[in-house]
Design a protein around this ligand. Sequence first.
Ligand code: ADP
Length: 334
Amino acid sequence: MDIQKKIVMSGIRPTGFLHLGNYFGAMKNYVQMQDDHECYFMVADWHSLTTHPDTKALKENVHRVLAENIACGLDPDKVALYCQSHVYETAELYLYLNMLAYKGELEKTTTFKDKVRLQPDNVNAGLLTYPVLQTADIILHRASYVPVGKDQEQHLEMARNFVQRFNHRYGEVFPEPVAFNFGGALVKVPSLDGTGKMSKSENQNATIYLADSDELIRKKVMKAQTDSGPTASGMPKPEYIENLFLLMKLVSAPDVVKQFESDYDQCTIRYGDMKKQLASDMALFIAPIREKAEAIRHDQRYLREVMEKGAEKARKSAQQTIAIVRESMGLNYF
Ligand code: ADP
């Protein structure tokens, strides 16, 4: 019997180099889901316009994100890998959803408040309605699962609110989407300076990018904050040390992590050795992705084929949804 596959949707903005946070929060799950789910993964180029008025670098960044996704194991024949701006139906659904989103709730969004602080001279309406566009992206394919990092939890909650409102007003059209991670809990990959998360555009010296050379990775890791070590057994770890262990769990073998945990407990830990090990394991993890992505990034013909194929699959699904939406809203005049 052909059991219908669950629909999955997620996106990454082409605003810079992808990093370990993007990998463990998003892409690793994309790759794990591609065989058993109907997957739509997009490069969120419209979203990047809210903070990135200089569009000259967009083409290169879009190509980079596509190449890095494929280098991480995403197969464009199994999933729809496409650019947001190639699927115009997104904009139509965004318009309808905007009528169901209220100024007060949008202004309360944490990411909106952060952006207002960061770019007080560019508080545009697109920035305010970012969660609405994101909801349109997700429900355009009537997706149930959204593989994302922990930073996106609030946006997913808003998406569910908009979906409930739409369904209540116009009939049960959309499933309520949930954030998804294979490990259960959503992931937040911390930055190396002990504060906040790794991010494309902030804290570049404390973020490990998938394009970083072995040497650069070593330099960044060796600069991470440590101290003179625990002085008594069972001492809780300060956040910056906890973060180093967290990063180690992502890239190092379990017995390596166990050894350093035990050294910590016995107050014999040498942070210099731990950072050397972490840097070496990170470099081993990243090198093959970096090399593969670099080759794909320059193959313009292949990338064009990927984008065309992806857009075609995404449009097909989007057009089906839009037809249902118009019908349910009463926008059918023939
Ligand atoms: P960024 O915040 O670096 O610009 P995006 O907003 O494009 O990245 O997010 C792309 C995906 O990567 C989202 O699913 C987001 O949750 C995830 N992500 C970004 N940074 C991290 C992080 N430090 N830890 C876990 N997931 C992350």
